[in-house]
Design a protein around this ligand. Structure first.
Ligand SMILES: NC(=O)C1=CN([C@@H]2O[C@H](COP(=O)(O)OP(=O)(O)OC[C@H]3O[C@@H](n4cnc5c(N)ncnc54)[C@H](O)[C@@H]3O)[C@@H](O)[C@H]2O)C=CC1
Ligand SMILES: O=C(O)C(=O)[C@H](O)COP(=O)(O)O
Length: 384
């Protein structure tokens, strides 16, 4: 079997080598000429998989090691009877780490408390529901908007509100919707000019879903004009050729890396390995724990208490600090220009682990931090 595999997929040789010969290529460069004699195509989110790419190729399996699938032309795959698999939820924990890191960083910078804010989550799927769970466990007031789930009247402990209600009542609005361009729940420019104008002064707007879910021109207008809201953007219209003037106005600007923990990427690779094995009628290969290495920093010890948000920031920054990604994008864009800078940050992304890989050992007065640290997603132990 000949497999074309995105060069940014970790552990690809280990996970897909047993199925045949791998050709590794940068995702944005995979073209019809590469796929024309391939049997399987394994991508991440930056390869548009459609009739133009597939041409006359004999490809029988397409896998994307990502949550989002808006780069896949599902109708084209169905017409060609090509099996397809994605990796739902693979990097959801990493995105939640990103959101907490961003909000706690802005809170410190601008002098407010996350625990005293009301956070609205738009899109309560794998990412949004995990974010809601962590925020609620921390005692943060939350509201959730997810019309497809609300309409399905799922048995859920979560009450849903309308987007307009979230805009009216929340201090922080986090977007975790897929890009959907058609239908009653389309998310294309879900935050349009009207809604952006309705955000109350002081609102923090964070987008880690897809760039096209926000009208960027309207957002840029609000940030450059009144300048009375803050934005955290991980996803952008026209990546990698993002709007440089918008980037300059955004409080935290990162190059679509919210989900880029090693754990999240490896989970994506592993899920597609499982799907390919099933497609080929083979036994499920190794367990995820076998391919995921132990972290360099496994534990730290707190022996005196701290204000809760300071303790969260201390532990969070031991594992992941969003300011590194913001600074790296700023530096690379200045050195190499927008397109190249954006993709260099992503290709050279440093090793990042998830909060759950760190166990915080507590003794003395620090034991009172057990609940919030667990709520934020860290492992917690009482130290002897
Ligand atoms: N920035 C990054 O690195 C990453 C971005 N993503 C993006 O985040 C999206 C969400 O991820 P998951 O939660 O795992 O997906 P999911 O499919 O589990 O959940 C998406 C949720 O959005 C809801 N939804 C759909 N239309 C909506 C609308 N109009 N208004 C409000 N809610 C709506 C759905 O009902 C669903 O519950 C992905 O589709 C992907 O585009 C995912 C992973 C990493
Ligand atoms: O899983 C998704 O959906 C994402 O957005 C990915 O985290 C994006 O990863 P890359 O495709 O940009 O490597």
């Amino acid at each position: 079997m000949k497999l074309i595999v995105d060069a940014n997929i970790p552990a690809a040789e280990r996970c897909f080598g047993e199925f045949g010969t791998l050709t590794r290529l940068p995702g944005r460069e995979i073209g019809a000429e590469h796929v024309k004699d391939a049997d399987a195509l394994i991508v991440r989110s930056i390869t548009q998989v459609n009739d133009t790419l597939l041409g006359e190729s004999p490809v029988r399996f397409v896998g994307t090691c990502t949550i989002g699938t808006d780069h896949i032309d599902h109708a084209a795959l169905a017409r060609r009877n090509i099996a397809f698999a994605s990796a739902p939820g693979c990097n959801a924990e990493a995105v939640v780490d990103y959101v907490l890191s961003s909000l706690l960083t802005l809170a410190e910078r601008d002098g407010w408390s996350l625990l005293a804010r009301t956070v609205g989550v738009v899109g309560a799927g794998n990412v949004g529901s995990r974010l809601l769970a962590r925020l609620q466990a921390l005692g943060v007031k939350t509201l959730a908007c997810d019309p497809p789930r609300a309409e399905a009247q799922e048995k859920s402990e979560q009450d849903f509100a309308s987007l307009d209600e979230l805009i009216e009542r929340c201090d922080v609005l986090c977007l975790h919707t897929p890009l959907v361009t058609e239908g009653p729940h389309a998310t294309y420019q879900l935050l349009d000019a009207q809604r952006i104008s309705e955000l109350a002064p002081g609102t923090v707007l964070l987008n880690a879903g897809r760039g096209d879910c926000i009208d960027e021109m309207a957002l840029r207008g609000r940030l450059a004009g009144k300048g009375d809201i803050s934005a955290v953007l991980d996803v952008w219209e026209n990546e990698p050729g993002i709007d440089a003037s918008l980037r300059d106005l955004v409080a935290l600007a990162t190059p679509h890396i919210a989900g880029h923990s090693l754990d999240g990427k490896l989970r994506g690779t592993w899920m597609i390995q499982q799907a390919l094995a099933k497609h080929c009628g083979q036994e499920a290969p190794e367990a995820f724990a076998d391919i995921c290495p132990s972290p360099a920093l496994a534990s730290l010890h707190l022996q005196k208490t701290l204000p809760v948000e300071d303790a969260l920031r201390l532990c969070m920054r031991a594992v992941y600090d969003v300011r590194r990604d913001h600074d790296s994008l700023e530096r690379q864009v200045h050195q190499q220009g927008v397109r190249k800078g954006f993709d260099t940050c992503r290709a050279d992304y440093p090793l990042r682990r998830e909060f759950a890989t760190l166990t915080v050992k507590l003794s003395g007065s620090a034991v009172e931090l057990e609940v919030p640290l667990k709520a934020a997603g860290f492992g917690v132990q009482r130290a002897e």
